[in-house]
Design a protein around this ligand. Structure first.
Ligand SMILES: Nc1ncnc2c1ncn2[C@@H]1O[C@H](COP(=O)(O)OP(=O)(O)OP(=O)(O)O)[C@@H](O)[C@H]1O
Ligand SMILES: [Mg+2]
Length: 490
């Protein structure tokens, strides 16, 4: 269970926060001064610290300095009264994770705390790989392993070992589920920057404008809704490592700004004109063929060249089937422990079945298949029948419905935190609306805004389409007058 420390001299707020986190399934502990918080931290590790800035005795800033000495990696969120955002920004420069302006609402608290806990997991759970010594676990989170002994994987380990300590940009390529994020984290954990932040950003999961504000931050008033200055990931990652996941999905204009940071170490917050300097190591990953993206004009050549100086290509699982028994052992042990279901052995026929599958979803798919098998197993044995590898999954490879569903599923999982953050209480209705709006916009464009064709392609009546166009306020281009003239019932 993740542990949260609340530090505030306001008893009412402490009570509210404790109840809030307990209800969400975390363990919460509280202290009413900076001094007592430091004492608590001398005996206990926390996963997140929420701390008031203004307290009698040690204030938030002084306490933060001390925390950085003892619990280097634990994210700290500073709570501050309205009007003191400048102070809050100062604390972030000293390594606070983020700040909350009192009074804050539950959604904001939930979002910031969830983000911070995710970062905590990423930095504290150390990733090990064969041939390299892992430090003893730095927290209760322990370690995870990159598993595999084939020659292709040995080459990967060698490269990780060679580049980790060199402070260079690294590009990790490979199909979905091959372990790109795991490799990025292994590089971070074996680098000189291991005690500094590791922040990740998924370029495919966030719309372009939001991605820029997440990366570069914005000034108060930069756009409507920008009520407070927001520090972006670059600024919060000073001296740390920034992981750009799915960099192939980054828009050309954002690519230009990122290139500037890579070349000159400088950027501006959105709506700001101050040139900010930053020292960040970038690790990027993609499942796209970036060379092809460059040829087709979707990715900047100069950025590509800069990124690919050191690149690591992860093999798909089907090209390293000899590793499957090892991976099976690793995952079965892990899930047996996690679900307290002791598994004594995996039948030979089950291993053969796993070895003969093509694994379009790579290690992630194998991991999920084994998780299910451990949960479904009867007694302490995993048999062939406990493995759900649908025959149609095997047959419908390539552009199959299964793959489509899998990638939709994955995208949704990535987007879920943002969806929950932005859709308020009507998550279901809002998500359906968002998907429908995006789908209709794309089909309309594909059909040259011909509503008859679009309705046919969507499998809805023209009337329904017209209602949606109105509902979503689409601007159908004026150079398609036939759209307006067509009779209602088609
Ligand atoms: N070699 C490996 N050994 C152990 N676990 C692995 C290995 N490769 C991947 N995994 C596990 O498989 C899952 C997917 O890995 P990861 O997220 O790193 O893949 P990815 O390449 O980033 O995928 P995507 O492109 O879909 O984001 C994770 O749970 C990870 O721990
Ligand atoms: Mg990934």
């Amino acid at each position: 269970m993740e542990k949260i420390l609340i530090v505030d001299d306001d008893e009412g707020l402490v009570h509210f926060l404790e109840r809030f986190f307990l209800k969400k399934g975390y363990a919460a502990r509280s202290c009413n001064s900076g001094q007592s918080a430091l004492e608590a931290m001398a005996h206990e590790q926390f996963d997140l610290i929420l701390m008031d800035y203004k307290m009698p005795g040690l204030n938030g800033l002084d306490t933060l300095r001390e925390i950085r000495r003892s619990q280097v990696k634990t994210p700290v969120i500073i709570m501050t009264a309205y009007g003191s955002t400048d102070i809050a920004i100062e604390t972030m420069k000293l390594g606070a994770y983020d700040y909350l302006v009192k009074p804050f609402d539950r959604d904001e608290l939930q979002r910031i705390a969830a983000d911070a806990l995710e970062v905590n997991r990423l930095v504290k759970e150390e990733v090990c790989f064969p041939g390299h010594i892992c430090r003893p676990s730095i927290s209760s989170k322990g370690t995870v392993k990159i598993v595999g002994n084939t020659r292709r994987m040995q080459e990967v380990y060698k490269l990780i070992g060679q580049v980790a300590g060199k402070d260079v940009t690294v590009l990790i390529m490979g199909e979905s589920g091959t372990g790109k994020e795991l490799v990025a984290r292994a590089i971070y954990h074996h680098s000189h920057r291991k005690d500094k932040p590791f922040l990740a950003i998924n370029c495919a999961a966030i719309p372009e404008t939001l991605l820029e504000s997440e990366l570069f931050g914005y000034e108060r008033g930069a756009f409507s809704g920008a009520e407070r200055t927001h520090l972006g990931k670059f600024e919060r990652c000073q001296d740390g490592t920034l992981f750009f996941d799915e960099i192939g999905d980054m828009s050309l204009s954002t690519q230009a700004k990122v290139l500037r940071v890579l070349q000159y170490g400088e950027f501006e917050r959105l709506g700001g004109n101050q040139n900010l300097k930053v020292n960040v190591r970038i690790i990027a990953a993609t499942n796209k063929n970036l060379e092809k993206e460059v040829q087709e004009g979707r990715f900047r050549k100069d950025l590509y060249w800069r990124l690919k100086v050191i690149s690591i290509q992860l093999p798909p699982l089907r090209e390293r089937r000899e590793d499957i028994p090892l991976l099976v052992e690793y995952f079965v042990n892990r899930f047996s422990e996690e679900y307290q279901t002791p598994i004594r052995y995996v039948a030979g026929a089950a291993i053969e079945k796993l070895k003969s599958h093509s694994w379009p979803g790579n290690v992630r798919e194998l991991e999920n298949c084994l998780r299910r098998a451990v949960l479904l197993s009867v007694g302490d044995v995993i048999l062939e029948e406990h493995l759900q590898i649908d025959a149609d999954q095997q047959d419908l490879r390539g552009g199959s419905q299964y793959q489509l569903m899998a990638s939709l599923d994955k995208k949704l999982e990535e987007l879920l935190p943002d969806i929950l953050r932005f859709s308020g209480e009507k998550t279901h209705a809002n998500v359906i609306d968002m998907v429908e709006k995006s789908l209709i916009a794309k089909v309309l464009k594909k059909c040259g805004y011909n509503q008859v064709k679009a309705a046919r392609m969507l499998g809805i009546s023209r009337n329904t389409l017209r209602h949606r166009i109105k509902k979503f306020n689409f601007q159908v281009p004026a150079d398609f007058p036939e759209n307006a003239k067509r009779p209602e019932t088609e």
